[in-house]
Every structure is written in structure tokens, then in C-alpha cells.
Design a binder for this molecule. Structure first.
Ligand code: PAF
Length: 285
């Protein structure tokens, strides 16, 4: 059973750096788990994996305005720091919550934005063009603020994971970015903070996303041409009640480049909407 301990919170970068310096002086290794809060079992899996690699685990909680477009859900994104803290305390492996204020992360006059290409090309970017540069900007800041040895990201946001790996590599940020497998509900739905938006009818529809990924993968593996496997899975999602399918795509698992055949490690990725709720998921093939 996990032992419960009172969790400290750093609410600005100075407090964070002070704490991290004390740990470093003792020779402790540090893992960062960046989150936007609304924590669930998927986040707890990241924290658990972090504790295996490092003596100290920092969980950052910051709903990053830079990764939301004006029409997106920034203002209604679920925020409950007390609940997040209670979950982490119950789990008992986090050493520090870093929960900066918006004005500390993006001070008056903030004028820098990290621009990303490579794995950021296509898929999510076709529908959320602002997204990865917003993620890269905040993640670069978090890496520089915390200077961790390891950073943990969920494979559920697979394209984001590749973008963050590339960011660390291209900018020579000395840390290891580690991906952690997706945690799912019993019916296959990937855990996501946005699942909280789903009404009961939408929740049933949502479970079909993972089934469609599986079906596309099975079809491609059985020899169905990739474009046909993708379009059959799209039709299945629309049939199941999704209102819009942004993409369902079988891609090279390293570069996310389109594939003509399954002659190398591949990933099938999808994004679809039910009402105003946009869900994403992916699986290794
Ligand atoms: O995946 C998320 O929760 C966010 O995109 C991240 C990585 C914490 C950056 O705000």
C-alpha cells in the first residue's frame, strides 16, 4: 500500500529551482511529468514510471494557453488542483507539484514561440495548426525551468511524444524523453481528461474509436491496401455515430510519414469528434 505524504507545491520557477538544487546537491536524479491537471490513471502511470527511473518526481500542472486556439476549450478545461493533489498524495510517489500561474509562465511582453516541423507535420497540425508550437514552447520552458534527467509523456498523444523527443534532441536539452503506454477503460477507450466532457450517449460512441483503430490495423496486416483500410475505418466511425473523422491514418512509427505497405514499424492514429468533444487515439501495428 502507498504511504500518504503531504505534497509540497512550487508556484513559481524560483521555488522550483530551489527545491531541485537541493536534490541535485544530494545526487538525486529528477524526473518531470508535465500535465495540464485533471489527473487520471493515465497520469498516475506516468508518475509511477517516473519513480522507477529517478529518486525525485516533479509533476507540473499548468493549463497552457499557448496550445489552445481561441475557439477551443481553454476556459472550460477541467481545473481542480485540490483533487489532483489528493490523487498524487494517495499514490505517494510524487515529491513536488509545480503549479505556476499563467502570468509567471508567460510574463507581460512574452514574445517567443518555439516552431516545430518534422513529426509535427500533418495529422493534428492539419486540424490544430497552433497546437504543437504551443506545446513545444511550454515544454521547452518546463525543461529549462526544472532541468530534469527524465521527462515522461503518454503514448496516447503519440505525435506530441515524437515532437517533444525531437525538440529535446534538436535543442540539445540534456534529458531523456520517455513514452509510457496508454491506459484504457475496459471497453478500450483511452483515458483522457477530455473524457469528462462525454455525455452517456457520446461515451458509448467513444468506445468505437479504439475498435476502429484495431480494425484498420488488422485489415492492413491482412493485406488490405492502406488507403482502403483507412477509409473503411473512417466509414465505421461515422456509422458508429461520430459526427466527424479528422483522420485515421497508418503511418511510419518513427517519422509519421505515410506508408505504402507495412514494411517497417507502423502506428495507426485517429482523431474524431462526437458533438463538441474531439478524441484522439493510436496503436502500434
Ligand atoms: O499532454 C499534455 O497534457 C500537454 O500537452 C503538456 C505536454 C502538459 C503540455 O502542456
Amino acid at each position: 500500500m502507498s504511504s500518504q505524504k503531504r505534497l509540497e507545491t512550487a508556484s513559481n520557477v524560483l521555488e522550483l529551482r530551489l527545491r531541485v538544487r537541493l536534490w541535485r546537491n544530494k545526487g538525486d536524479r529528477i524526473a518531470l511529468v508535465p500535465t495540464m491537471g485533471a489527473l487520471h490513471e493515465g497520469h498516475l502511470a506516468l508518475v509511477k514510471a517516473a519513480k522507477v527511473k529517478a529518486e525525485r518526481v516533479v509533476v507540473s500542472i499548468f493549463v497552457n494557453p499557448a496550445q489552445f486556439a481561441p475557439h477551443e476549450d481553454f476556459s472550460r478545461y477541467p481545473r481542480d488542483l485540490a483533487k489532483d493533489r489528493a490523487m498524487l498524495e494517495l499514490q505517494g510517489v510524487t515529491d513536488l507539484i509545480y503549479a505556476p500561474e499563467g502570468r509567471d509562465m508567460y510574463a507581460q511582453g512574452f514574445a517567443t514561440r518555439v516552431s516545430v516541423d518534422g513529426p509535427a507535420r500533418g495529422l493534428e497540425t492539419d486540424f490544430r495548426p497552433h497546437f504543437f508550437s504551443g506545446v513545444a514552447t511550454v515544454v521547452a520552458k518546463l525543461f529549462l525551468q526544472c532541468a530534469p534527467d527524465f521527462a515522461f509523456f503518454g503514448e496516447k498523444d503519440y505525435q506530441q511524444l515524437l515532437v517533444v523527443k525531437r525538440l529535446a534532441r534538436d535543442l540539445d536539452i540534456p534529458l531523456e524523453v520517455i513514452g509510457v503506454p496508454t491506459i484504457r477503460e475496459a471497453d478500450g477507450l483511452a483515458l483522457s481528461s477530455r473524457n469528462a466532457y462525454l455525455q452517456p450517449e457520446q461515451r458509448k460512441i467513444a468506445a468505437c474509436l479504439n475498435r476502429a483503430l484495431r480494425a484498420a490495423g488488422d485489415a492492413a496486416r491482412a493485406g488490405t491496401p492502406i488507403p482502403q483500410a483507412e477509409s473503411e475505418a473512417t466509414a465505421a466511425l461515422l456509422n458508429a455515430g461520430f459526427d466527424r473523422v479528422d483522420y485515421i491514418a497508418i503511418r511510419d512509427a518513427e517519422t509519421l510519414a505515410p506508408l505504402h505497405s507495412l514494411d517497417r514499424p507502423a502506428r495507426v492514429l485517429a482523431a474524431a469528434r462526437t458533438g463538441a468533444v474531439r478524441l484522439i487515439d493510436n496503436m502500434a501495428l
